[in-house]
Design a protein around this ligand. Structure first.
Ligand code: 6MZ
Length: 377
């Protein structure tokens, strides 16, 4: 029975962990539409493009490709809708409720701190922004005693000063004993700013203060040399400087060049894989058929990583933007690569090693016990 292919129902029941979920990208579609209506924001037409029409979990259909450029266009509208503390509380609570529904027992939610407004029009500082999320997490933890929550702060700001400000906030909160801040990350539009040039000293400071780091890497094509495509060479240089820095985890890393792939095989830096996001933003799926499965089989790294037992975790990235759930991501990968229940469970258990919370041994033990009960003798 444990050698049967892992189906959707098994994936739903698995006690999963989510390590790569952007808070604003996890917004429920209906919440975004409602907040936009209330605040008089017109959402871009590509948001409504029939993308979210097929939710049959066993079909893996998405009717619309969503390129990285589309995504960043949509992202620019979300803060206009999540413009005050009430909206922030709501999307945080809903993200946690959705995670609980998916049997996610540990989540690292990542977000870039923003300046919002309180209901009375008073300014909500970045400290208040994080404080609000932490409060919602704490009250959720009290209700759901078996759950661990963590917030992984994202830092991809326009200026280096802003990035320092964000890292300093994380350092202060951690020093004050806040258990919800477990690390920092670098995300955002990969064509803007450069890790080595702009952010290396900021993340070195985070590291000196004991904060684990995750960095988005290899989301755009790269090449060590190119006569006419300086963008490819730039992307390669950035990825090289990220690998040399050696963050505790990498996001995506699917378009890493062959030479950097060899380097990664040596470094064994755990990678957060976000299957649907990767397939859609890379346009790997055959959209005529609207089928994600073929796309996932064409993922440039995943088959190799699974075969070699490279340290990876499965994640949603932006469940709201990509109309997905973590159960669906697990089921998609199991079906695409014919993974058995035991294979998928082992991958999950191994991925617990890569969480940022210091309580990983306890969590691993708890997940292993529950998985063993599911698999039976
Ligand atoms: C890079 C991404 C991303 O921080 O406002 N974000 N950055 N690659 C991706 N792959 C598709 N998906 C989301 O959450 C939304 C922000 O997360 C980053 C983008 O900067 C986006 O604006 P927060 O909560």
């Amino acid at each position: 029975m444990s050698h049967q292919e892992a189906n959707h129902e098994f994936c739903k029941r698995l006690p999963k962990i989510e390590l790569h979920a952007h808070l604003n990208g996890s917004i429920r579609e209906e919440t975004l539409v409602e907040l936009a209506r209330e605040r008089g924001v017109e959402l871009p037409p590509e948001f409504h493009d029939g993308f979210h029409t097929n939710r049959d979990p066993s079909q893996f259909l998405n009717s619309k490709p969503r390129s990285l450029v589309d995504c960043f266009h949509i992202f620019s509208f979300i803060p206009k809708c999540v413009s005050d503390v009430a909206a922030l509380e709501r999307i945080t609570r809903e993200a946690l409720e959705d995670a609980a529904d998916e049997n996610i027992c540990y989540i690292e939610l990542r977000t870039g701190p923003k300046i919002l407004f309180h209901h009375e029009g008073e300014v909500c500082t970045k400290e208040d922004y994080l404080g609000t999320i932490i409060r919602v997490m704490e009250s959720f933890e009290r209700r759901e005693l078996n759950r661990y929550e963590a917030i992984d702060r994202r830092i991809k700001s326009k200026t280096v000063e802003e990035a320092y400000e964000n890292v300093d906030l994380a350092i202060e909160l951690k020093a004050s004993g806040c258990k919800q801040i477990v690390g920092v990350e670098l995300g955002g539009d990969p064509t803007k700013n450069d890790f080595g040039e702009h952010f290396l000293p900021v993340f070195s400071k985070a590291r000196r203060h004991g904060l684990p780091i995750s960095i988005h890497c290899g989301e755009v094509p790269m090449a060590r040399e190119s006569r006419d495509r300086p963008d490819l060479v730039r992307a390669h240089e950035e990825a090289l400087s990220i690998l040399k820095f050696g963050p505790e985890r990498l996001g995506h890393s699917l378009l890493i060049s062959e030479d950097l792939g060899v380097m990664l095989d040596d470094l064994l830096i755990p990678v957060e894989v976000c299957p649907t996001s990767n397939v859609l933003t890379l346009e790997l799926a055959n959209h005529e058929e609207g089928c994600l499965l073929k796309g996932i089989q064409n993922h440039p790294q995943l088959r190799k990583w699974l075969d070699s037992k490279y340290p990876i975790s499965l994640n949603t990235d932006d469940a709201g933007i990509f109309a997905t759930t973590l159960t669906r991501e697990y089921a998609l990968v199991a079906k695409a690569f014919h993974l058995s229940k035991i294979d998928l469970s082992n991958m999950l258990i191994d991925s617990v090693e890569t969480i940022f919370d210091p309580g990983k041994e306890k969590l691993k033990q708890a997940i292993t016990t529950r998985v063993n009960m599911m698999l039976g003798p």
